[in-house]
Ligand binder design. Structure first.
Ligand code: PLP
Length: 399
């Protein structure tokens, strides 16, 4: 995470939020310090219960990071060599590294140009062409691998079309593991019910990296599930695979949510609804300010769709911009930080070269990588700051 110091308006300013909750947080940290129970103590249990109640799922298992949540979720499903997992190439690194680390193969689908989310249409076509469902499993006709899971990413805070994805998962007999690192607090309509992102698939993987909608004071993560057996397996896997002390059933890892982080997160969780609403309001303000300008009409920039129903909680406010890199540089010179999520899709990363994809395989993701720009967005961002940011964007395109 880069330091906000040199920027008049950083991409996110966590200090403003801390000032609001400082006393509560200090007290929560003090309680853990007094108890000296740092590993899976009462603070972790309390937070897991609190999250399960908030998300309306039966089990929540705290782990050391969002990346570990993904790895452990796939481990719990027994995914490994001979398996493939469908996902998007336009995401954070560990969505895909978790698959590869277990010896399974990622099977990428391009993104939808408007939302940047894994294309449901593309997924349907891929399965139609290559997936043969038989005897309760689906084999990829091209690779001979079993398609075991779909790993959709609720990117930038926006929920994937879970109704459609769930229908495909049923038809092709695979599990859904949701990457909800960027979308804690977002909801999707499933059937006639509203459900939290991360509680619709078999497992939902959350990150509490400080910049997320629910961010800790360091690394942290959590896995949500409705399945008691899976939850028990996750608790074992996060603790070196041991059920009884020093008796190991499986080769697990050391990945526990830190008690101090859990204490901080318990405080912050109480504010998440309010903070998500403030994020949505600020996205609305950007839309109004940008719509009033000539930028969208002239197709110089594209803005994300709004949601009043919390299907998008705007972990990030990402526009598409013509001359993106120049705009980023110009904004930086004006003291405004912006970021590129993500400049290189994962199918083109050196470390994944052996998977065998090449430039041009996922044109929408590759185009997005050259055009997207995240503007500052956090609950405490002021109207004046947003006006200044949009004024500077206008000044750039008028110059
Ligand atoms: C989409 C996505 N997946 C996974 C992760 C990994 O989370 P963590 O940084 O907590 O390991 C992140 C975090 O940046 C993310 O944005």
């Amino acid at each position: 995470m880069s330091s906000p110091a040199p920027y008049k308006i950083p991409i996110i300013d966590l200090r403003a939020q801390y000032r609001q909750i400082r006393d509560e947080v200090r007290q929560a940290i003090d309680e853990v310090n007094e108890s000296q129970q740092f590993i899976l103590g009462p603070a972790v249990k309390r937070f897991e219960k609190q999250m399960a109640a908030y998300l309306r799922c039966t089990h929540a298992v705290g782990v050391a990071s969002g990346s570990d949540a993904l790895l452990l979720a796939l481990m719990a499903l027994g995914i490994g060599p001979g398996d493939s997992v469908i996902t998007t190439t336009f995401t954070f690194f560990s969505t895909v590294s978790s698959i590869v680390r277990l010896g399974a193969k990622p099977l990428f689908v391009d993104i939808d140009a408007d939302t940047y989310l894994l294309s449901v249409d593309g997924l349907g076509k891929l399965l139609e062409a290559r997936g043969r469902p038989r005897d309760g499993q689906t084999v990829d006709l091209e690779t001979g691998l079993r398609i075991r899971a779909l790993l959709p990413v609720h990117l930038f805070g926006q929920c994937c079309a879970m109704n459609e994805l769930t229908a495909l998962a049923r038809k092709y007999h695979f599990q859904i593991v949701e990457d909800v690192a960027q979308a804690c607090g977002a909801r999707a309509s499933v059937g006639d019910k509203e459900r939290f992102a991360g509680t619709i698939g078999a497992l939902g993987c959350f990150s509490f990296f400080p910049t997320k909608t629910l961010g800790g004071f360091g690394d942290g993560g959590l896995i949500a599930t409705h399945d008691a057996e899976v939850a028990e397996k996750l608790e074992m896997l996060r603790m070196h695979g041991e059920r009884a002390k020093y008796h190991h059933e499986e080769i697990g890892i050391n990945s526990r949510l830190d008690s101090l982080q859990a204490a901080v997160l318990s405080v912050k969780q109480k504010y998440i609804e309010e903070w998500c609403e403030q994020r949505i309001q600020r996205a609305e303000t950007y839309r109004r300010l940008i719509d009033e300008s000539e930028l969208v009409g002239k197709r110089l920039i594209g803005i994300p769709p709004l949601s009043k129903d919390k299907s998008h909680v705007f972990n990030n406010y990402v526009i598409r911009a013509t001359r993106r890199d120049e705009l980023k540089q110009f904004l930086a010179e004006q003291g405004i930080q912006s970021e590129i999520y993500y400049p290189l899709p994962l199918h083109l990363q050196n470390c994944f070269a052996s998977i065998g994809y090449k430039p041009g395989d996922f044109p929408q993701a590759e185009r997005a990588a050259s055009q997207v720009l995240a503007l500052p967005l956090y609950p405490e961002l002021t109207r004046q700051q947003q006006e200044l940011i949009v004024d500077k964007i206008l000044a750039f395109y008028r110059s």
